[in-house]
Unconditional design. Structure first.
Length: 416
């Protein structure tokens, strides 16, 4: 594929999170920027200092640097621990928004088309503001659909002033955008139902299948180190966030620990707002089958993410059409059977049931989780077959290179 630059393909990705932040969105957006650069776009990035997890906040990164051929500019931003309070999370978001607005205000000719993922969640409004005062073209990338997501998470009231103002600004931002990319079909449907006719395209998130590959646990150093080789391992790796129903998993673990003789291990990896509650539940119930680890270094991910037999993907009730869990793509890439805690209307539920690569259960139904795991314990060959089908559908639909090719195709609509 030609890699030569063209003068009409200048893109600036504006995102609160970018390499070396450890969030899933930072990883996807970093790979997207590099991939578009390789496909002939002239890509630059405007971001803040790493702030997603405690290790990310430990060191400052250069204000200017080149990352795999992409020019990165880090602007002023706060780095509060977002898990400590909603106020600190919002402070990080608002400060980055204002800092990005001031940075871009007088740089129209240098920036080209703005690529605006919802990180922070109201970033598409930045594009609309800059288009009004400086004539920018912009493309929102909807990773999570706010403010409705904030309502479902009980951060906002649908009757409140903040929601109404945000919603009206969103309508203007999406209708004025050159193109809006969503990461799922149900999200695209929700967006157009809420905000009316606008130019949209669906490009799913992805995983790098050359990095995350199925691996026998006996040959997996991470599995050996953490005693995960022999137990049937249910793995959850990622943000222990507020829109994930993880308490039901701990409750199911307590039931299974009392009722089954098989060797089971529920391994949680990551951080987030629900982790304190989950750890407390585990201690209160004196569970030996539930354990917790922090986020793992990037170089460890090919083994930590493939250390389970069953990959757990969870979405809270009410967020259908508002988000698609990035963990889903990693889970199917790893070749594990998928335990999807999600309503049947969600994107991941549709895929799991369509290709029979796992079992879907309803949120807040620990008994259904128990039944699913018991089914796999009684039918281990079926569990392995589901994992193989998960990897197959990943290779068919969600490989990194094909997804970035799709981005390049749709973005050329507005850059040429």
């Amino acid at each position: 594929m030609p890699r030569g630059k063209q003068t009409d393909t200048k893109l600036t990705l504006v995102s609160q999170f970018f390499y070396p932040d450890t969030s899933a969105n930072a990883n996807v957006l970093s790979e997207l920027a590099v991939g578009l650069e390789e496909r002939g776009f002239d890509v630059s990035v405007v971001t803040g200092q790493p702030a997603y997890a405690p290790n990310d906040r430990r060191d400052d990164q250069p204000r200017r640097e080149m990352y795999k051929g992409v020019a990165v500019r880090r602007i002023f931003s706060t780095r509060f621990d977002k898990n400590e309070s909603t106020v600190k999370r919002m402070a990080n978001d608002v400060v980055f928004f204002l800092s990005a607005f001031l940075h871009l205000l007088f740089k129209r000719d240098e920036m080209g088309v703005l690529l605006l993922p919802t990180a922070p969640p109201f970033l598409p409004i930045l594009g609309w503001m800059l288009s009004r005062v400086r004539g920018y073209e912009y493309v929102p990338v909807v990773l999570d659909l706010y403010p409705d997501m904030a309502v479902e998470l009980d951060y906002l009231s649908e009757d409140g002033v903040v929601y109404r103002v945000w919603d009206q600004l969103n309508k203007r931002a999406y209708q004025a955008a050159s193109l809006t990319v969503t990461i799922g079909e149900t999200m695209e449907e929700t967006l157009t139902e809420k905000y009316g006719p606008c130019e949209t395209a669906v490009v799913h998130n992805w995983e790098d299948g050359s990095v995350i590959q199925p691996k026998e646990k006996a040959n997996n150093e991470f599995s050996r180190k953490h005693d995960l080789v022999d137990p049937t391992t249910i793995l959850y790796s990622g943000n222990h966030g507020m829109h994930h129903d993880l308490e039901s998993v701990v409750e199911a673990a307590a039931t299974l620990e009392d009722s089954r003789e098989e060797d089971l291990q529920f391994q949680f990896i990551g951080e987030g707002g629900r982790k304190v509650t989950l750890v407390r539940m585990t201690k209160d119930r004196d569970l030996d089958s539930v354990s917790f680890l922090p986020y793992q270094p990037v170089e460890q991910l090919p083994e930590s993410l493939t250390s389970g037999d069953i990959a757990l993907v969870s979405m809270q009730e009410g967020v259908e059409g508002l988000c698609v869990s990035s963990k889903f793509y990693t889970a199917i890439a790893s070749g594990q059977a998928i335990l999807a805690i999600a309503n049947e209307e969600t994107e991941i539920a549709r895929i799991v049931e369509e290709v029979n690569c796992g079992i879907r259960v309803d949120p807040k139904r620990p008994g259904q989780i128990v039944s699913a795991i018991e089914h796999w314990l009684d039918n281990p060959d079926e569990m392995r077959a589901m994992g193989e089908r998960a990897r197959s559908v990943f290779e068919e639909r969600y490989e990194k290179e094909e997804a970035i090719d799709r981005y390049a195709t749709v973005l050329r609509r507005v850059t040429t």
